[in-house]
Design a protein around this ligand. Sequence first.
Ligand SMILES: CC(C)(COP(=O)(O)OP(=O)(O)OC[C@H]1O[C@@H](n2cnc3c(N)ncnc32)[C@H](O)[C@@H]1OP(=O)(O)O)[C@@H](O)C(=O)NCCC(=O)NCCS
Ligand SMILES: [Zn+2]
Length: 221
Amino acid sequence: MDKVSLIRYSPDSNDSLLTAKLVECYRGVFADEPWNEWLKCQRCQKFWGTRDSGLLAATKFRHCDEPLVDFWPRDQVVADIYHEITPKSSCWLAVSGDIVVGFCWGYPITVPDLEEKLGISLNSNLGTNGLIAYQDEVGVAASHRGKKIAKAMVLRRLCDFLSQNLTVGVVRTRQYPEPSQTFLWYTEKLGYRILVNYPGDDGRVVLGRKLDGLDELLISQ
Ligand SMILES: CC(C)(COP(=O)(O)OP(=O)(O)OC[C@H]1O[C@@H](n2cnc3c(N)ncnc32)[C@H](O)[C@@H]1OP(=O)(O)O)[C@@H](O)C(=O)NCCC(=O)NCCS
Ligand SMILES: [Zn+2]
């Protein structure tokens, strides 16, 4: 397998080929386990992952009498990337050969703006009246997982946050019905605690911790 390098990325860098590779990596990560967001039915909103490709081929990639559509259309992913990755954001890509195999980004935001974005009150004294570090996305292609690529990208992002004098990190993830890998990683290894649970049986949670000392946990384990 090719060596993996980490590179800083901004959609404004005029490297549209790199943007295209990021879009494909993003779509591949979420099309796979555990999210299975590959194709969906426009009518009933049911969706399937790449693990279901045989089943879908047998039904001619149709449901409710209509052809299935991409769960994450490329134009929407590009729009999200331009929206989320601004000059103030920290974004790192993992590149192997000429393929993007991982991504990680986040940005400073005020608590009220984050509450609006997440659609929930954080109900918590985060120990800051200023900006906090929102850890927006991290993903690694299934073929490259378990090699500490996410850890390396998260450490680079943390260094960017610390150089912006941010002191608190916040992330949204999933605890139920199955805890996502990031929930387990952040709570069991990296010392994040639950700030708020989404209401009902939604399973999503917002986690946070002070960034001080986090670098030691990411470097040492
Ligand atoms: C979560 C994800 C980014 C981890 O990427 P990765 O490169 O495989 O992770 P790393 O190898 O850097 O491991 C980071 C930590 O995850 C945990 N981890 C990694 N592989 C694991 C496994 N197979 N089983 C259990 N825990 C595991 C460990 O705690 C590990 O830290 P440690 O090495 O200090 O013990 C990757 O699984 C992924 O892209 N998942 C789908 C997308 C997603 O869920 N993103 C987050 C929500 S937006
Ligand atoms: Zn349907």
